[in-house]
Design a protein around this ligand. Sequence first.
Ligand code: OGA
Ligand code: ZN
Ligand code: ZN
Length: 386
Amino acid sequence: MQTAAAVADFRTYPKTCDLADVQVLNDHIRVEWADGRISPFHHPWLRDNCPCAECVYSVTREQVLEIVDVDENLSAIAARIDQGFLSVEWSGGHRSQYDPGWLRAHAYDDASRHERHAKKPKPQLWNHTLKLPVFDYAAVMEDPNALLQWLLALRDVGLTQIRGVPTEPGSLALVAKRIAFIRESNFGVLFNVQSKADADSNAYTAFNLPLHSDLPTRELQPGLQFLHCLVNEADGGESIFVDGFAIANVLRAEDPEAFDALCEIPVEFRNKDRHSDYRRLAPIIALDASGDVAEIRMANFLRGPFDAPVEQMPLLYRAYRRFIAMTREARFRLVRRLNPGELWCFDNRRTLHARNAFDPASGARHFQGCYIDRDELLSRILVLQR
Ligand code: OGA
Ligand code: ZN
Ligand code: ZN
């Protein structure tokens, strides 16, 4: 039996529109809203989403009901509007009450689905003219709203800078933990980017690093990467960024054959040292379920030999050269020198990063870096928005 009208969630759903009329029809309940929108809700859908204390455990707000345990021929016997809520009585005796804010937010008529789709955050593509989103360390550490603004910029722009960070080694972890725990890798919880004699990656030399994503050698590339400057006294070593999604979209428009090749032909990325041997075979561009560009996987210095069918090899080289040539075009590139106390934080699966070669004889250069998965960013945003 229904005890309290609740939603199976920790957030609330403000009422955006009143229920105007409800009618029980053959296989669904027809809801008419005060603004005239009609939302059909099929009987099994409503029964499946009953939020009562029998169907959803109030502590976890997770479902305990499995729809397969409800009679397949279940139907609504009666439905009415009760103090603004939709109230339903089912064959078999169960009763359900639905919050109008929740119901409207989950309605699946065409208009509601289009509205939801239109509200989904979309990447704001950028090029060399980007007005870099810059945030202040003290604000991000203390003010939940400043934190949220930073995280939204990370999600939507994919490149941000924070200034005023202490230059003691390890300070980076304090900033990262404003989002969540750090994703450790074989390079450590925090990795030190310094020119080293026994480098286990080209990153730890003074060479230039061409535009790349980090850990393309892993099944899941880290979602966020941080690079914090402790010391930067060497000549050279400027940071360079491009929006990989913007480049992929231009490639898609200008050279669809090359674009398709990068979406379809898997390429192997490798990273090995004396203790580890990571390999991942995957295409350079990944699309999401809607066909939009969702991820770039690229690091020339971590790439294995191409292994593609004979007839595809010339196309793969043409497409690969074209993509890299585009990452070198000035129109896409943002070039900045990072100063001590500043850090980059960017979407590692979208924004490719690079550095110019530096001269270690001219002075010291020490950056620290770390990774956080994208799930943690999105979760923190939703919790801050509750
Ligand atoms: C890296 C890297 C950039 C830099 O370590 O993966 O990209 O500026 N470093 O040193
Ligand atoms: Zn129930
Ligand atoms: Zn890198």
